[in-house]
Design a protein around this ligand. Structure first.
Ligand SMILES: Cc1cc2nc3c(=O)[nH]c(=O)nc-3n(C[C@H](O)[C@H](O)[C@H](O)COP(=O)(O)OP(=O)(O)OC[C@H]3O[C@@H](n4cnc5c(N)ncnc54)[C@H](O)[C@@H]3O)c2cc1C
Length: 309
């Protein structure tokens, strides 16, 4: 239902609708399906439970598109606190960061300085940072910051979206760098000039881009693929392809979002695959929540039925 997708993606950036949804008393309860909590403490409890079922985590402190430098610095401080909490609670978690939350659109230098602090702290506690990919107006600037950061910190990876035409070239460059790449399909509304309009082409490109990483052991230049998808057909394909091409399961991992396909997450972890869940927390949940509704019309039924409970 592409129309419904467009409606929710348009709502995700509309301030008026946001005001209505965020202040609607039951919205908080409903969004808890996808968001671990509004506080770091609540999120840490979720991580402990996931870790107990052998599931790894990457934390996302919700927030994007800050409009002042002080908001960007406050968001960076929030990530430093999250990294402290990961260390002091002895949980296994990485962090995922949106550069528009770190001030990318205000000043790329400020954004880079914020990311340096996060990457250094993550390195000090022995974990990694992944840079999320936002809409296509930020792709080039996001890759620029990533490349600068990666030259200093090996513990930084980046997201690439299979719906963008440019991603094949980006992946070639990232494999040459030996980078860690989280491959997703892409969650934003993009024009046909930059992204495949048809879902079947996005899915086919996902498989094609994954194959570029899944090389027989020792031949992928140290590049590491994180398959971020709930698409069971693609997951089954990746498992079979890796087996047929002698790619050890330690050379890739599966990733999913908190609240989506928990059954499959636990099954993959129990089967011995590295399974990492993206756990968002915080009070700025509105655009993230709208993107999750846009991905699957059935979520709207879930939303409406909860409102009447
Ligand atoms: C770890 C992780 C990080 C991500 N980071 C980014 C990022 O930085 N930038 C970006 O643009 N996108 C990001 N995404 C979102 C991604 O681009 C997709 O929008 C999202 O994962 C849905 O696509 P899919 O691959 O699961 O496949 P789809 O073909 O959309 O879905 C396959 C199946 O998964 C299930 N499913 C998918 N979405 C939902 C949902 N919302 N609710 C319930 N069930 C669902 C359904 O069973 C569906 O049939 C990320 C996704 C993951 C898993």
């Amino acid at each position: 239902m592409p129309l419904l997708r467009d409606v929710f993606l348009a709502m995700s950036t509309n301030g008026l609708v946001k005001g209505f949804v965020v202040n609607f008393p039951l919205s908080r309860r409903v969004c808890r399906r996808f968001v671990a909590g509004e506080t770091l403490d609540e999120a840490i409890q979720v991580v402990k439970k996931l870790n107990a079922s052998k599931v790894q985590v990457t934390f996302d402190q919700l927030g994007e598109s800050v409009t002042t430098e002080s908001e960007a610095r406050a968001a960076k401080d929030g990530y430093l606190r999250a990294l402290d909490a990961i260390a002091s609670n002895h949980v296994s978690s990485q962090v995922s960061v949106k550069l528009s939350q770190m001030g990318l659109t205000l000043s790329p230098d400020l954004c880079l300085a914020n990311m340096r602090e996060i990457a250094a702290k993550a390195k000090a506690i022995g974990t990694s940072v992944t840079i999320d990919m936002e809409d296509s107006t930020l792709t080039e600037a996001t890759l620029d910051v990533f490349k600068k950061l990666r030259a200093e910190f090996a513990n930084v990876g980046i997201v690439i979206q299979s719906y963008l035409y440019r991603s094949e070239e980006d992946i070639k460059a990232l494999i040459a760098l030996g980078a860690t790449v989280r491959l997703c399909k892409g969650a934003y509304k993009e024009p046909a000039r930059v992204a495949f309009p048809q879902k079947k082409d996005v899915d086919a490109n996902y498989v094609k881009l994954s194959q570029m990483f899944l090389q027989p052991n020792g031949k992928s230049n140290g590049a590491y693929l994180q398959l971020a998808t709930h698409d069971e057909k693609i997951i089954d394909w990746a498992k079979a392809y890796a087996k047929d091409h002698s790619v050890d399961p330690s050379h890739f991992e599966f990733q999913m979002l908190y609240g989506i396909r928990g059954d499959l997450q636990r099954r993959l972890a129990a089967d011995g695959y590295t399974m990492r869940v993206y756990v968002p927390y915080g009070s700025h949940w509105y655009p993230y929540f709208m993107r999750r509704l846009a991905e699957r019309p059935a979520n709207v039924v879930f939303l409406v039925s909860n409102l009447f409970k």
